[in-house]
Design a protein around this ligand. Structure first.
Ligand SMILES: C[S@@+](CC[C@H](N)C(=O)[O-])C[C@H]1O[C@@H](n2cnc3c(N)ncnc32)[C@H](O)[C@@H]1O
Length: 231
């Protein structure tokens, strides 16, 4: 236990941030580096990462991108005739995303307080849920479950690891961001608790030239509601 704490302490920026402060620090960092994020990631689109998700989507489906950033994936989905909605709490990210995918809908919105009237056939959450504190992850997954249609699919990629805290992101001028790392079996368990059946799960480096850190990638499906047992 002590060695685990020391390992985390060695890599995490230790401060006295509340959960809300950590969120606000992360939001400011993304807002400040939105243009840089777009230029570093735009040329890095990996169609093979989207393939298993795309296999479950049909033309005309409604898809939600949670934490869409500058709209890289919204743009790809939109090009295929899919109705896409992107949300992100960073206004600077949303502004760029609107330019990238003018046909899509976008909202400046917090993943932790979703307020959307539509039900979606699928939710894409690429590299955003590792910014949610672990104690809040179950609530977020339950809310995603609620906004999905029956049998709707969910894709998640999150940084693999242990611990959580605010760290400096050296790929982006050392800006600070809150991360909550996760193991593959932990994410699979969280998804089961939130009413999802896993279709596939794997650990893979998102093939980015500047950030080769492994991610836990899971594609899952909303579990059908169980009929109430009549005794
Ligand atoms: C690493 S970027 C990923 C962007 C995009 N999904 C991609 O894969 O290229 C993480 C994004 O999640 C957004 N984000 C993080 N926490 C959020 C929250 N609580 N609510 C909404 N957006 C959030 C950030 O603003 C940022 O744009």
């Amino acid at each position: 236990m002590l060695s685990h704490f020391l390992a985390v302490a060695a890599t995490l920026f230790i401060g006295s941030h509340s959960v809300e402060e950590a969120k606000s620090i992360t939001l400011s960092s993304y807002d400040r580096t939105a243009k840089e994020y777009k230029s570093k990631n735009n040329g890095n689109f990996q169609p093979e990462l989207m393939k298993p998700f795309m296999d479950h989507i049909r033309k005309g489906d409604q898809v939600l991108d949670l934490g869409c950033g500058p709209g890289l994936h919204v743009k790809e989905l939109s090009k295929k005739g899919i109705e896409v909605c992107g949300i992100d709490y960073s206004p600077a990210m949303i502004k760029i995303a609107q330019h990238q995918a003018p046909k899509a809908k976008f909202y400046v919105m917090d993943i932790q307080s979703l307020s959307l009237q539509t039900k979606f056939n699928a939710v894409w959450a690429s590299r955003s849920l590792h910014h949610i504190p672990r104690e809040k992850l179950n609530g977020v997954l339950l809310n995603i479950n609620k906004i999905l249609t029956d049998g709707g699919v969910l894709y998640i990629s999150m940084k693999k690891g242990t611990g959580e805290g605010v760290i400096a992101d050296h790929y982006y001028e050392g800006v600070k961001k809150f991360y909550s790392y996760i193991a593959e079996d932990e994410l699979v368990k969280e998804l089961d608790l939130a009413g999802f059946d896993v279709i596939l799960s794997e650990v893979k480096a998102i093939n980015s030239s500047y950030n080769p850190q492994p991610h836990v990638i899971v594609l899952c499906k909303k579990r059908p509601a169980q009929n109430e047992q009549v005794s």
